[in-house]
Design a protein around this ligand. Structure first.
Ligand code: RB5
Length: 145
């Protein structure tokens, strides 16, 4: 299950990403907003809590730039949120960073690219190995700063 959410800037992009991922066989839980103006941290919290609890394996967050969502998401323990605008980053943040939340900017990207990036993110596995050591170092900082 994938948790997905957006603020008012990302409603159309979110709908397109949901449709594209459903077509590929993914199940999604939509945490809003459906269109009402809202504060992006509220939506980021709802999505990240589902990823933290394990109810959802990954999350997608969309706001105007993707920046507010990524700043908020990275405040949650265990969340590694990546702001993606290109396919190389969407692929390598899974391979090397084991990112579990992807953020995108609806005022930055076209909808077609957003759908492609979401699919890359969801279908690319973490490589592990030396990258696991680096993730552990991130976790260590998270737990001890
Ligand atoms: C909302 O206008 C906008 O600030 C928000 O979508 C996002 O871009 C914040 O980072």
């Amino acid at each position: 299950m994938i948790a997905i959410g957006c603020d008012h800037a990302g409603v159309e992009m979110k709908k397109a990403v949901i449709d594209a991922l459903k077509e590929k066989g993914f199940e999604l839980k939509d945490l809003g907003t459906d269109g009402e103006p809202c504060d992006y941290p509220v939506i980021a919290k709802a999505v990240c809590e589902l990823v933290q609890s394990g109810e959802c394996e990954k999350g997608i967050l969309i706001c105007g730039t993707g920046i507010g969502m990524s700043m908020t998401a990275n405040k949650f323990k265990g969340i590694r949120a990546a702001l993606c605008s290109d396919s190389f980053s969407a692929k390598y943040t899974r391979l090397h960073n084991d990112a579990n939340v992807m953020c995108m900017g609806a005022r930055v990207l076209g909808t077609g690219l957003a759908c492609e990036l979401a699919e890359i993110f969801m279908t690319t596995e973490f490589e592990g190995g030396r990258h696991k050591r680096r993730i552990d170092l991130i976790t260590d900082i998270e737990n001890n700063r």
